[in-house]
Each structure stands twice: as structure tokens, then as C-alpha cells.
Design a protein. Structure first.
Ligand SMILES: Cc1cc2nc3c(=O)[nH]c(=O)nc-3n(C[C@H](O)[C@H](O)[C@H](O)COP(=O)(O)OP(=O)(O)OC[C@H]3O[C@@H](n4cnc5c(N)ncnc54)[C@H](O)[C@@H]3O)c2cc1C
Ligand code: HEM
Ligand code: SF4
Ligand code: F3S
Ligand code: FES
Lengths: 301, 143, 121, 612
């Protein structure tokens, strides 16, 4: 199935609901009634959305996407190429929606990982118009056309947009990503205490969804395959900073991340922080760990 | 790199197009650092003419016989191209210093949210300092 | 994967030294540039002038320290950059040796020149 | 061929917990999962996990709430087990490092949730499921449990005695998505299905694209009855354009629902005069749809969920990810505007019939998590009750499969002579057609297979042939076409409001889907990462699952919990205090019933009016 150019068979219908209809004017009662206040707020909201609608002039149009294709097994796809698809645009359409449309309507062999559609499973990080993004969390209206969708750089391509994640998983596993506290409060119903501040401190780091966007964006990780990479270091941070684990365990964790290919490799490029779909301040976490490691070493001098 | 599937230029073009502040800062810092260390070697080599000078050797510069050290330096300084390169060196050094300070701040965890702004600030400041120094650097150069 | 790493931690110290030398260099390099391009114009530098400045022990020591830190900082920086690009195994060792030798040569030559300038050799 | 003591199919919360338990009990465990574990849909759960941890609360209250929430269709032994085990199993998660939200004194926080008499929903921000999933996976990594990720389980290897109760499960047949190889996984002690929900049977769902009811379908075809499939929970607050869920936590914290006239309709139109927005999900979903149907919906489609009055600080603190979801998937800023919401398919209460130990009627076959029906949720699941189900019953299934003695189960499983059977006239002949593409039956019905290995090898051969068959065809119909037709029919007619004509219409469409499926083909010729092939398999499972949902909905002529029938809008305890079970019987589904067990350990739960 070589489908280099695909046009939708019929012109998509324009969505009549797209054009915002102002709400019927209601009889205004007392100026201060809560209902009126609500209506007022609602109208403000509508106005805001109308503005948003102006920005998406795409409505009723087709979106041109260029998708990277490669399959080691299929002759026509052994030589990597880009296929063009023209997908009818609907409001709120994401890159993932466009890919699904292209696959279901035009070319069933178009292959990519996806599952949750809500930025929580981390399977659909792609290289979209030159940066690492989650397909399901990227609105087409924000992108300039044609939208180029490629597999994540610096990872081996398995097929089309699917890359080999093994190396990423290995790095994640290498920081002993599990709670190690053995000394627990007595009784199966007794919980460990943790201050709110401490939970707040680790909160952002616990949000990682293992999408590998950060790793793919980091030039150091690209050059040095053994570099733990921002996600794994962040995972280590999540535990090292959790006060529920004892000091010795923290020291053990610091020893892991200050290896040759650990935190010192980071050159503060910030691209990891920029692409992280969960807004985790990765560079900050890495830097903090560097300082912790230095402090720990100074103690022994 | 070894294990990534080679997508040739496709991959690289995309990356360069969307290069972000932190990445450019990194590249520039690298570049300027290398120039500086390269210059340090050259610099010591040039200054080594002091050894000859101490021996009382002289050279002829523009018809005059002068001390080897003074002569070497002034001879170089009289060349337009050397002056231009010096300005370049200044630019490189100033950027490296400013961005180096930025990196030191980042290492201390200060102003991480403003990392892109501080990079642009480094660039602008470098520009201003360099432009402002041009008269001094170019003073008395024979064309 | 964790087993692959040794417990020896060279990275941390070098990383810290790179920052410390950098902090030192900011000051000295700025001073150096200022002195030799603005206070004294580079074009007007003469053997006598240099000799005179070098007579000052503080200045002399600063310049020597400047050289040593700059050499360390620069060489270590270059080495790091190469390692970051995935240099490993034998080439890595070779590069380290070459860079160290070059650095040493630079420092020795520089110190020698400085001593000459001070008239001590 | 791979061989382990226990094979866990699926690595969501239930699967991971089962694997850890089986490992603790000393078994050699392996997990086979079509997604990498951290990609499982448990990660999407937002609100929290119910456990009676605090002073003033106890497991009996939790059990009582759950029974009432289930509209008296939950089995008491299951519900009591859940309520008793949830506290310690939740604390186990805390001991494993789960980042629960905390109180001032450092203890874990709990919040109120719909249908609960005590605020016992323990939470970790608005991303409880994400943390639960990751913490469990971390423990799996710690224990070095083998995970075969991106292996799609196609079928079970079950012996073929005529009575399903005599059958034994010997393993599974799976397909390595990366390489395309079809291999057998032999399970010496047991297979645990933990494949999650079947939300993709509907087109507006909070479930992931991977929630295709594979476990339901393969167990069903192997002879295990599916129980109470008509009870599908529709969540009242999903974003209209994507189906992304806005957690009940928003209402728990005080979020308010308004119709297009700005009325707080839960009170003003009397849907739930006491609990208001916090009434049970089915009540709120129907209220919303009624508002929309009566012309008080916004854009005739949805209603508004407003949380602005909670204040930015509280919202950011407790519901931050809701802000992101509304922004990213609907383009709405929850701090300045109300969020549009409408009901969407959310949870399947029914599932593979199991007892409290997770065991099905087939020896060595277990199920846990959303794909199972021990019957804790009955006719309606309370928010925050699925996550404890995963850890409680996941753990039990793991232990039991590994050989640990958990005592005699009180819930009986499997079709027995003398049960009450349904003999309603169906608009179509359900089952069979369209699924036997290779000419072999889905299960090896008839002709007993001699030895254990033979069963697995036979099953592997069948699947290999099936793959060949699907791949070799180069024309026919695409799975995507069938799937979308199926989904639309289900959403149109087997939704929140149901009536006989509609359900029959849906059943006819399902029949058409079956027939079309005979002509299905896989267009992608590659063996490498062939998602086309995988989705073709999944679509077949969806057809079976959708059919059981529709059949259950058709026969159950009453209004109970999430299931509403126009023809009989009352809870009919006299006739319907019983579970619906559907057995495949080698392709000819039969429908039968089993009474609900209302006798608990030391009390009997008397059906009461469910009012909020
Ligand atoms: C948006 C959302 C919010 C929710 N919020 C809450 C909440 O706040 N509180 C609460 O208690 N409950 C909540 N629930 C319900 C609860 O999250 C789910 O019921 C539960 O997570 C299901 O877990 P599971 O382990 O059974 O399945 P899943 O987590 O879905 O895992 C299924 C696993 O099976 C694997 N699998 C499936 N098919 C195959 C196959 N053929 N071969 C191999 N592997 C296969 C998948 O790879 C996956 O690993 C929510 C659900 C949703 C959708
Ligand atoms: C004057 C103040 C200086 C400051 C504040 C400074 C700061 C820094 C810092 C912080 C780094 C580390 C970057 C990293 O590892 O992420 C660095 C790298 C480097 N510096 Fe400097 N530096 C200064 C002067 C110099 C001088 C005089 C030289 C030359 C002799 C030099 C050569 C280098 C080199 C070669 C690198 C490595 C660049 C790379 O990553 O490839 N620096 N500098
Ligand atoms: S840190 Fe961010 S970018 Fe990296 S894997 Fe985790 S979620 Fe993705
Ligand atoms: S991109 Fe790489 S260099 Fe450091 S700041 Fe991020 S890990
Ligand atoms: S589909 Fe799950 S993160 Fe995008």
C-alpha cells in the first residue's frame, strides 16, 4: 500500500456549531442576582471562546500533515519517506486525532503508539514540526502547515512513528526507581508521615509519564548513550527528595546519579524542560541533585 | 548516536529549526570555550618571544630595530587583521564570561525560569560591550 | 543497569572545580582585559612595561594562577565536551593523556615565560 | 514457548498487584501485556481510592455504602471483603511510597465522594491512578518480575471438556507486536486476566483506545459466563469533544452543575435534594441528559460544571490537573469559565464471573480488576471503589493462583443445572457467525485434547492460522469501519436511556457487524508492529462484548442503578434481585440468572430505596 498522496473523498461538512451563536438575551432581574452574575460570566466566557474561534480559521478546512514512513519489512517503505495526508479539520483536533483519521480513512498501515488520548499514558510522543510533543496534547491549530510528524529523534525507528523504547526503559530502571524504606511504622494500618511541604517538593517529579520526549530532545543523551538522561534523573530525584526514605538510602541514591554518566553529563541545555508535556522542571531537578551530590562529597572531605 | 536509526538530514534540519535558547547557549558556550583555550595556546606562544628578548635579541620592525618582545607584539598589533581578531576575541570572551555567569547561576538554582531571558541578555550585553570597545581596540591601527 | 557503574566518582569533583575556576576566571580575565586593552593599549605594550608589571609579586602570582586555572578550565572543558559526545574506551584515555600533556606543556612554558619576564631566569 | 507458574495478562493496577502477590507467595510470575505497564489505563484514574482509615469510619459503613450504591445487586461476601481489605491494602501502597496528598499532621488526606457517608476517598492530587500505577510498577521492577510488554494476548489455551466447569486453563497464546511472532505461554498454576474495561464498545468514552474488552471476550469464548454486562456506568462529567474525564473530585470539592439557564438543576429540578451534585453517578448522568433533552442544555449538548467559586488557590492545590485537561482538550480555562460536561461511557460494572478469590469456573483461570465481576459494584459503582477493587482482588487472585490458601469462596461460579434461564425471543440469533474465520472454532469445542501441552500447542496453531488467514486476504472490509458502526449503535441505543426497540435495533446492527467481520482483512502486509492486525483482533472482541451488554440490557426490564428501562422505570426487586449471566456455549449464547447474595458475614442487607 503505497499511498503517497491522499485527498479526502468528499469535502467535509462545515460544522454549523462552530460559529458561536450569542445566547438568547434573558430578562434581566435584579442587578445583583447571582443568576445574572452567572450569565454575565458566561457571556464573558463565550466572548473568550469567540476570540479563540477566530484564531482557528481552519474550521472546515483540511489540514495537511506529512508523516514519516518506514518499515524494514515492506519493500516500498524500506527507504524512509514522507507521506502526505489531507485531513478534514474539526474544532479541537489534535495531532493524534489527525493521525487516527489518516489511518482509519486512508492507510491502515500507518503505525503509531497511542492509548489514553489524555496525556497520561505517555505513548504518543512524536517529533512534530521540529520539536518533541505528545500527539494527543497538541492542537493542530497551533501548528504551521504542513505539519511534519516524525518519530522521536535519537531512538531507533521500528516502523513509521514507532521507536524502540528499550534503552529509555533501561535507563529508567537503572536508578533503582522504587521505594526502599524497610523501616516502616509498626502495624499494617500505620502510615508513614510526610509533611505537606515535602510532598509538594516531590510533586512535580512524580508526574512523569515516561514519554521519553525529554530524552529525545537532549543532545548529551544523543551523544552519550550511557547518560542516564533527564527522565531517569528526575525519577531518582523523586525518591532522593522524599523524606520518607532514610538518609542512608538517599546517599545510596546520590551515589547512583553521580556516576560518570549521571548528573554531571547534563550541560543545562534546558530542552528537556521545554518539551516535557508534564511541565516538570527537569533541569532544576538535575541541578539540585548536582548540588546535593557536591554537598554530600564535601561532607567526606 | 550509535544506535539511532539514521534519518539523515531530516532529523537534523528539524532540530536546528526549533533550537531553543538553552540549546543555542550551550552551542555558543562550547564554541567560545574552544576558541578561548585555542587562543590561550597562541597567546603563550606569542609571549614566549620574551625569552628571546631577555637574551637581548632584537628584530627589525618597519625599519627600526627593536627588542624582540616589543617588536613581535607591536608588529602584530599594527596589522588590521589582528585588531579585528582581537575584537572577535573580546566578543568571544565576553560572551563566555556572561554566559558562564549565567551557567553558574543555573548551577546554583537561581533564576531557572529566566534562563532564556538571561541568555538573550548575555548576547545583547556582549554586543554592546564589543561595539563600545571597538574605538579602543582600533586605536592607531595603520591601514 | 545500576551494577554497571562503579562507586568511584570522578565527575563530581571535576564538575565543582570547573565551576570554581570559572568563578575565579571571571574576575581575573576581566581584570586582564581591562588592564591590557583599556588602561594600557595592547599596541603600546613594550618589553619594559611587561617587565615592570611583573616585578610586582602579587601581579606575577595572579598571572601564574590565572594561567593555571585557565589551562585547567579550558582543557577540562574540552575533555568534557568530547566525553559528552560519546567518547569512550581507549580513544577516551588517549584524548585524556594528550590533553593533559598539552595542558602541562602550556603551563610549564607559560610559567617559564613569566619567570623570564620577571627576570628570575 | 514460554513457561511460568503464573501468567498475568494485563499490567494495569489489577495485573500489577496480582503479579506482586503471586511473587510474594513464591510463584514464578510473568506479565504479558499489550501495553507497557505504565501505559495502562489505570493511570487515568483521577479521584481516589476508598478505604475506611479514620476514626469515625469503619469497614461496615463502607460496605453499607457500597451495597446501597450497587442498588442491592452486589454480592455481600465480595463487598465485605473489599471494605475490610481496602484499608490495609491502601496503606500498603503508602508503604511502597505512593505520594498521597497529606494533612497538616502528615497523614494521608481523604475527601468526600459521591454516595459515601464518610469522606474516605484517599487521594494523591487529581492523579491518584497515575501514582497507583507507577508505584505498583516500581514494586514489580524491584522484585524483578518478568514483563513481556507489547505482547498481545489473542486467546486462552483451555481444555475442551463439554462442561466449562470441568475445563482447565493451561496458558495463553500471545503475539509479539514488535516482531509479529505468535507464541504460547504456558502457565503451570494459573492465568490471571486483568485486561481492564471494554469502553471502546461505545464511541463517547473516558476509556483508552486500548480498552477493548479482550479479557472479557476470550474468557467468554472459553466458556466463562459474563455477569451483569448491562450495567455500564456513564460518567456525568466528561468533556464533550473527547470524552476526557473531569474527576468527580471537582464536585467532591464543591463544584456545581448549571444548565443553560444558570439553574443549579440537581436541586432546582429535584433530581437529588440532599446530595445534589454528589448524588451517585447514574443519577447525575440522567439528570444532565434530561436537562439537555428538555432543552435546557448548553448548545443542546452539555451542561456546565463550575468550580470558580472554590478559589484559584484551592483549585490549583487539589485539582490542578483538571485545569490542564480542560485547557488542553477543550480549550477552556477552569479558573475563569465553567467547564462543559456531558455523560460518557466510563466503567463496566459487569465482567468475567469470579468468586472472592478471583477464580472463574474454569480451573486455573482467574480475573481481577475492571474485567472481572466478583460483584462488588452491582448495578452501579461508587466513585473511588474501582481502585481498591484492583488492589484487593488483584492481590487475592495473585495469592490464590500462586497456591496460597485464602479459604473457601462463598460465591459460586459457573452454570449449574437447575439455574433460572431466560427464554426470551431475541430479534437475532446472537453469537457465532463471523468469528470462525479459519473454519476452526474459537474454543476447541468437541474432541477432547489429550495432554496439557497439546492444548497450548493446539491453541497456538489456531491463532497462527488465523493470522495467516487475515493477512493473506487482500480485500474485504476494514476493522475500523465495523468498529465505528458498532460504537455508534451502542451509543445511540444502549446508552443512559434505554428501551426495547432501541436495544433490538442495536442488536441487529451488532449482528450485521458480525456478518461483515467475516470479510474483514488486514491491509498492512508487515509483521513488524502491525497495529492493523491487533485492532482487527480487538474489534472482534468488541463485537462479542457489545452483544452481551445489549443482550443483558434487553432482558433486564427494570430500572436499577445505571440501567434504566423506559418500559419499567422502577427497581423491580420482586423479579430482578438477581444477576444476569451470559454463557457462550460454543457460539450459542444462553442467558441465565443467579440470585444476589445479600447475606453478609453477620448481617443481611435489606434492599432500601436508593435516594440521595
Ligand atoms: C478516566 C477514568 C477515571 C477513573 N477514576 C477512578 C477513580 O478516581 N477512582 C476509582 O476507584 N476508579 C476510577 N476509575 C476506574 C478505574 O481506574 C479502572 O476501573 C481501573 O483502573 C481498571 O484497572 P485494570 O487494572 O482492571 O485495567 P487497566 O488499567 O485498563 O489495564 C488493562 C491492562 O490489560 C492489558 N491488556 C488488555 N488487553 C490485553 C490483551 N489482549 N493482551 C495483553 N494485555 C492486554 C493492557 O495492556 C493493560 O496493561 C477511572 C477510570 C477512568 C477511565
Ligand atoms: C572568565 C570567566 C569564565 C567563566 C565564567 C567560564 C565559565 C565556564 C563554565 C561554567 C563552563 C562549563 C560549562 C559546562 O560544563 O556546562 C565553561 C566551559 C569551558 N570554558 Fe570557560 N569560563 C571562563 C573563562 C574561560 C577561559 C579563559 C577559557 C579558555 C582558556 C575557557 C574555556 C572553556 C572551555 C574550553 C570550556 C568547555 C566548553 C564546552 O563545553 O565545550 N573558559 N566555562
Ligand atoms: S520527564 Fe517529562 S518529557 Fe521526560 S519522560 Fe517524563 S513526562 Fe516525558
Ligand atoms: S536537555 Fe540534557 S543537558 Fe541537561 S538540561 Fe536537559 S538533560
Ligand atoms: S495517547 Fe496517551 S499520552 Fe497521548
Amino acid at each position: 500500500m503505497s499511498t503517497q498522496q491522499q485527498e479526502p473523498e468528499e469535502a467535509p461538512e462545515t460544522d454549523p456549531e462552530a460559529a458561536e451563536v450569542p445566547p438568547e438575551s434573558h430578562e434581566m432581574k435584579a442587578q445583583s442576582s447571582p443568576q445574572q452574575a452567572r450569565l454575565q460570566r458566561k457571556q464573558d466566557g463565550l466572548a473568550a471562546r469567540e476570540r479563540a474561534a477566530d484564531e482557528t480559521e481552519l474550521e472546515g478546512d483540511t489540514v495537511h500533515i506529512k508523516v514519516f514512513r518506514y518499515d524494514p519489512e515492506v519493500e516500498a517503505k524500506q527507504e524512509p519517506r514522507f507521506d502526505d495526508f489531507y485531513v478534514p479539520y474539526t474544532r479541537g483536533m489534535t495531532v493524534l486525532d489527525a493521525l487516527i483519521y489518516a489511518r482509519d480513512e486512508f492507510d491502515p498501515s500507518l503505525t503509531f503508539r497511542h492509548s489514553c488520548r489524555q496525556a497520561i499514558c505517555g505513548s504518543d510522543a512524536f517529533f512534530v514540526n521540529g520539536s518533541q510533543r505528545l500527539g494527543c496534547k497538541t492542537q493542530l491549530s497551533e501548528l504551521s502547515q504542513p505539519v511534519r510528524i516524525e518519530p522521536l529523534p535519537h531512538q531507533e525507528v521500528v516502523k513509521d512513528l514507532v521507536v524502540d523504547m528499550e534503552h529509555f526503559y533501561d535507563q529508567m530502571h537503572s536508578v533503582e526507581p522504587y521505594f526502599q524504606q524497610e523501616d516502616l511504622p509498626a502495624g499494617e494500618l500505620a502510615e508513614q508521615r510526610q509533611t505537606r511541604e515535602n510532598r509538594e517538593k516531590v510533586k512535580m517529579s512524580t508526574r512523569c509519564i515516561w514519554c521519553a520526549a525529554c530524552m529525545s530532545s537532549c543532545n548529551i543523551a544523543a551523544g552519550d548513550n550511557q547518560y542516564l538522561g533527564p527522565a531517569a534523573i528526575n525519577k531518582a530525584y523523586r525518591f532522593a527528595m522524599d523524606e520518607r526514605e532514610d538518609e542512608e538510602i538517599k546517599e545510596h541514591r546520590l551515589r547512583i546519579i553521580e556516576q560518570e554518566h549521571g548528573v554531571w553529563r547534563c550541560q543545562t541545555q534546558f530542552s528537556c524542560t521545554e518539551v516535557c508535556p508534564k511541565d516538570i522542571p527537569l533541569t532544576e531537578h538535575i541541578q539540585e541533585l548536582k548540588r546535593e551530590a557536591v554537598k554530600k562529597n564535601l561532607k567526606f572531605w | 548516536m550509535s544506535q539511532s536509526y539514521n534519518r539523515g538530514l531530516i532529523e537534523d534540519f528539524g532540530r536546528w529549526k526549533e533550537f531553543s535558547a538553552g540549546m543555542w547557549a550551550w552551542i555558543f558556550h562550547k564554541f567560545t570555550g574552544w576558541i578561548l583555550i585555542g587562543y590561550l595556546f597562541t597567546h603563550i606562544a606569542v609571549l614566549s618571544s620574551a625569552i628571546a628578548a631577555a637574551d637581548g635579541q632584537t628584530i627589525v620592525v618597519g625599519g627600526e630595530t627593536v627588542n624582540a618582545y616589543t617588536g613581535t607584539l607591536q608588529g602584530l598589533e599594527s596589522l588590521f587583521i589582528v585588531r579585528v581578531m582581537e575584537v572577535g576575541l573580546l566578543a568571544v570572551a565576553v560572551f563566555h564570561i556572561l554566559n558562564g555567569c549565567r551557567l553558574l547561576m543555573v548551577d546554583l538554582g537561581i533564576g531557572l525560569e529566566a534562563q532564556d531571558k538571561s541568555f538573550y541578555a548575555s548576547l545583547v550585553l556582549t554586543g554592546i560591550i564589543v561595539v563600545a570597545s571597538v574605538p579602543t581596540f582600533m586605536q592607531g591601527v595603520g591601514l | 543497569m545500576a551494577e554497571h557503574y562503579s562507586s568511584f566518582t570522578p565527575g563530581g569533583t571535576m564538575w565543582l572545580l570547573q565551576r570554581i575556576t570559572a568563578a575565579f576566571l571571571v574576575v581575573v580575565l576581566a581584570f586582564h582585559f581591562f588592564l591590557l586593552h583599556f588602561v594600557n593599549h595592547a599596541a603600546d605594550i613594550t618589553w619594559q612595561g611587561t617587565q615592570m608589571r611583573m616585578q610586582d609579586l602579587g601581579y606575577f602570582l595572579t598571572m601564574v594562577l590565572f594561567l593555571i586555572t585557565a589551562a585547567f578550565h579550558g582543557i577540562n572543558g574540552v575533555y568534557n565536551a568530547l566525553v559528552n559526545q560519546g567518547l569512550s574506551g581507549t580513544p577516551k584515555k588517549v584524548v585524556l593523556a594528550v590533553l593533559t600533556l598539552a595542558g602541562l606543556a602550556l603551563v610549564i612554558q607559560g610559567v617559564y615565560v613569566a619567570l623570564v619576564m620577571r627576570g628570575m631566569v | 514457548m514460554y513457561e511460568h507458574d503464573v501468567i498475568v495478562v494485563g499490567a494495569g493496577g489489577a495485573g500489577l498487584r496480582a503479579a506482586i502477590a503471586a511473587h510474594e507467595a513464591g510463584a514464578d510470575v510473568a506479565m504479558v501485556t499489550k501495553l507497557h505497564p505504565v501505559r495502562s489505563h489505570t493511570g487515568a484514574a483521577e479521584g481516589g481510592i476508598n478505604a475506611a482509615l479514620r476514626e469515625g469510619d469503619d469497614w461496615e459503613l463502607h460496605a453499607y455504602d457500597t451495597m446501597k450504591g450497587s442498588d442491592y445487586l452486589g454480592d455481600a461476601p465480595a463487598i465485605e471483603t473489599l471494605a475490610k481489605d481496602a484499608p490495609k491494602d491502601t496503606i500498603t501502597l503508602e508503604h511502597w511510597g505512593m505520594p498521597f496528598s497529606r494533612e497538616e499532621d502528615g497523614t494521608v488526606s481523604q475527601r468526600p465522594f459521591g454516595g459515601l457517608s464518610f469522606p474516605r476517598t484517599t487521594y494523591a492530587g487529581a492523579e491518584t491512578g497515575h501514582h497507583l500505577l507507577h508505584v505498583l510498577y516500581e514494586q514489580v521492577v524491584k522484585r524483578g518480575i518478568q514483563v513481556y510488554d507489547e505482547w498481545y494476548v489473542m486467546n486462552l489455551a483451555v481444555s475442551d471438556e463439554p462442561d466449562p466447569n470441568d475445563r482447565t486453563c493451561h496458558g495463553v497464546v500471545a503475539y509479539d507486536v514488535q516482531s509479529g511472532a505468535v507464541e504460547g505461554f504456558k502457565a503451570n498454576r494459573g492465568v490471571i486476566l486483568a485486561t481492564g474495561g471494554p469502553g471502546q464498545a461505545f464511541d463517547h468514552t473516558t476509556n483508552a483506545v486500548s480498552c477493548t474488552g479482550d479479557g472479557h471476550a476470550i474468557a467468554y469464548r472459553a466458556g466463562v459466563p459474563l455477569e451483569d454486562m448491562e450495567f455500564v456506568q456513564f460518567h456525568p462529567t466528561t468533556l464533550p469533544s473527547t470524552g476526557v474525564l473531569i474527576s468527580e473530585g471537582v464536585r467532591g470539592e464543591g463544584g456545581i452543575l448549571y444548565n443553560n439557564e444558570g439553574e443549579r438543576f440537581m436541586f432546582e429540578h429535584g433530581y437529588a435534594n440532599n446530595a445534589g451534585e454528589l448524588a451517585s453517578r447514574d443519577v447525575v448522568s440522567r439528570a444532565e441528559l434530561t436537562e439537555v433533552n428538555e432543552g435546557r442544555g448548553v448548545e443542546d449538548e452539555y451542561v456546565h460544571l463550575d468550580m470558580r467559586h472554590l478559589g484559584a488557590e484551592r483549585i490549583v492545590d487539589r485539582l490542578e490537573n483538571i485545569l490542564h485537561l480542560a485547557e488542553d482538550f477543550e480549550g477552556v480555562d477552569g479558573l475563569v469559565e465553567p467547564m462543559p460536561v456531558k455523560p460518557g461511557q466510563h466503567y463496566e460494572m459487569g465482567g468475567i464471573e469470579t468468586d472472592e478469590n478471583g477464580e472463574t469456573c474454569i480451573t486455573g483461570l482467574y480475573a481481577a480488576g475492571e474485567c472481572a465481576c466478583v460483584s462488588v459494584h452491582g448495578a452501579n459503582r461508587l466513585g473511588g471503589n474501582a481502585l481498591p477493587e484492583l488492589v484487593v482482588f488483584g492481590k487475592r487472585a495473585g495469592y490464590h493462583a500462586a497456591g496460597k490458601d485464602l479459604g473457601e469462596a462463598q460465591i459460586e461460579t459457573g452454570y449449574r443445572e437447575g439455574v433460572e434461564e431466560e427464554d426470551m425471543e431475541l430479534p437475532i440469533a446472537p453469537g457465532e457467525t463471523g468469528l470462525a474465520e479459519t473454519g476452526d472454532d474459537a474454543v476447541a469445542d468437541g474432541g477432547q485434547l489429550a495432554d496439557t501441552d497439546g492444548v497450548l500447542e493446539g491453541a497456538v496453531e489456531t491463532e497462527r492460522k488465523r493470522v495467516e488467514y487475515l493477512m493473506e486476504r487482500d480485500e474485504g472490509i476494514q476493522h475500523a469501519e465495523i468498529r465505528s458502526k458498532l460504537q455508534q449503535a451502542m451509543t445511540a441505543d444502549v446508552n443512559v436511556f434505554r428501551n426495547e426497540d432501541g436495544i433490538k435495533r442495536a442488536l441487529r446492527v451488532i449482528r450485521e457487524c458480525r456478518e461483515e467481520y467475516r470479510d474483514v482483512y488486514v491491509a498492512d502486509p508487515s509483521r513488524t508492529f502491525n497495529t492493523d492486525l491487533q485492532m482487527t483482533y480487538e474489534t472482534r472482541n468488541l463485537i462479542d462484548v457489545a452483544e452481551t451488554i445489549a443482550l443483558g440490557a434487553l432482558v433486564r426490564n427494570e430500572f436499577r442503578g445505571a440501567h434504566w428501562r423506559q418500559e419499567n422505570q422502577i427497581r423491580d426487586d420482586e423479579n430482578w434481585l438477581k444477576h444476569t449471566l451470559i454463557s457462550w456455549n460454543g457460539g450459542k449464547p444462553s442467558i441465565w440468572y443467579r440470585p444476589v447474595i445479600l447475606e453478609g458475614e453477620d448481617k443481611t442487607y435489606e434492599p432500601k430505596i436508593r435516594s440521595y
